[in-house]
Design a protein around this ligand. Sequence first.
Ligand SMILES: [Cu+2]
Length: 743
Amino acid sequence: MRALLTVISIFCSLFSVTDGYSKYSKPLEIMKPDSNGVYAYDMKISKKLTMAYKNDNPAKHATPVDYDYKTQTWSKREPNQLMDCFQNYSFNHISDPGDANRMEDVLVVDGLHKRVISINGDMPGAPVVVPYMSEVWIRVSNQILMDSMTIHVHGIDKHGMWYMDGVAFVQQCPIQSTNKFEYRFIADNKGTHWYHGHMQTDRGDGIAGGFIVVDQNDTSVPTLDDRKRIVPSREYFFLLQDWATKVGEEAWMQLEDKTMKWMYGYDDFTKCWEPTRTSDGGNVGGAVPISAILLNDKGWYDHDIIKSQPFNLPLERFQIKPNEDILFRIVNGGVAQELMLYVEGHPMTVVAADGDEVVPMKVDRLIVFPGERYDILIKGLATPTKKSYRIQVETVQKYFFDWKEIPIVYGFGYIEYETDGLPEDKTTPNLMHPECTQNKKCTVLNCPFQEWMAQPNFTCISYDKLENPNPEKIEAEILQATQFNGGFEEHFINMHHDSQMDQFLFQFPWGIPYYHDGDMETISTSCSQTACANNSMSDLDTTCRCFYHLEHKLNNIVQITLYNMGLGGAMGTGYAHPFHLHGHHFYVMKVGWPSYNGSGFIDQMNQDIDCPGRDVSCNGKKWRNKDWLGGALEAMNTKNPTKRDTITLPVGGYITIRFRAVNPGWWFAHCHLELHLMGGTGYAYKVGDQNQIYMPPDNFPHDCGVFKVDKLPELRLPTQKSSNIPYTFIAVCLVLIIDRIFH
Ligand SMILES: [Cu+2]
């Protein structure tokens, strides 16, 4: 009998869902490989109702649940469809042990009931943790009823295997509804990365999760203590999201229709959406109304309640012990907003950016842009005075378009001490950063501007102040500050217009470029310089949508200067764009900022680029000082540039990046704001000639594209095999006859 019970309980545990709502975030753990040593992970992509459970329920009812912040209790609704729809029952884990299991299936998200895209029932998907250089096998089953999707693992270069990178229509055909697709590659880059959808708006609707690559031989991280390294006793992951009130498709349609002002609803006459600005006057593109800031799957839709009593809400909690060293691996997986965070009462040490180690830097606040990752080290207090300390996450937007002040949106998590007897702090938090004062200013890493005039008690540290701890490992040619004799290419790209790369709006091809080397025009619109007006906004919108792509010679040092200047900036100023490069990591060689007036507003664009001013189109511009061309850019960081894959381009300024084009294939580069990418802020790039690009497996699906039919199809049946027999028979007879004649 006992054996039978054991078997039943093992059987049940296989089917229990364990990654939904749980009070405490689980520390990261390395996955177990399969018997061949491969790290195989199945991803079932399907829609799921938030604030509901479906497991442990014979009728498979999705049962909505509700949370009462006043009593901090959960209840479940009556699942019987023939009974009162508002009948609620309390969860009782004692009288009904199944309730614990049911709660495990609940995604909180913003506390409202709606459909999101889930990965194995989670949103975000569970973090995947694999060893460095291990073989990864992600097996995707698309069970979304209507939509196709893909998975991109952001931060892994997948050397040679460009077709495993997941960009729909550049690297693969979309995975159609009901279809399956497998990704298989080497985890070739250590650190904190993430996976996300790369088809239209699927990322913002829920397809995202952590992807962590761990060096099993050395799990230590650097510290401020004279480069002493320590092994954190626990590592936690969290993904931040600016969770929108609308699904991505509706937000995109409203942008396309230019009906954005009804973002709060076409029939709500009390509220009108308008664009927002940061405190330097720069716009923030696609900053659609936010329902909640999520830390993992948890936030709250009622902005007044989360600001006044976050401690009463079901938010993410991370356990810690006094003096314990904890590593937080943080991703901003959101769609539009850069987010600032800090941990109450606990200094943060930044130890890695985009997965790559940096010289440890102590900061008071950290801003993370969509696509970026930072690892921060926290030390537990020796004598904590309360049970829980707030992780505060907030938007950085300052003004509406008409300069009215914008309300900040907040998200919270908690670190909670595993010490008995500590009191829970139930006082309304002061969210206005009271510990940052005129005498003791707070440092903020990664501001999108040079100084934060609207927050005089903040001191901005720009991301180029981060230092590479291992500069001796950087190739000499990356650091070369004199002109190159061959093997070098220099590109300039203006990202100033509203969703343009130079004057082009990127348009995805409708087939895979690799398979159309000689006939690209059959699957894409080519970009013609002459067809694109340089300074007329109306022409920009209509004529310049094309398959914009660059070509890099294999093994060249590539230097790209992205700038953000001239006429045509969105709403007159332009956006700060988080730029992400697939396939290669780059070194941050130089950041050029605009100049600001006494109020902190962008005054003049950086003078290093030959852009006459904001009234003239500045596409196609280069260095004002021609001596800087060819690799001799002055004031680059030739000492210790950091290695990144996502970095923010300031409004009115520029960034210069370098990498060696070692990874042949078709890749992608784009702004990581979802609606900007949708709008056209991206380009594909090809590294190497066609014969230098590794071929995908022979059975790689590449039949997306165009089917044309130029006449009424003929009615044809398959050719009968037997009809070949007479010809074969006749041929054999002829051979025999000829043979007879010649003998
Ligand atoms: Cu952008």
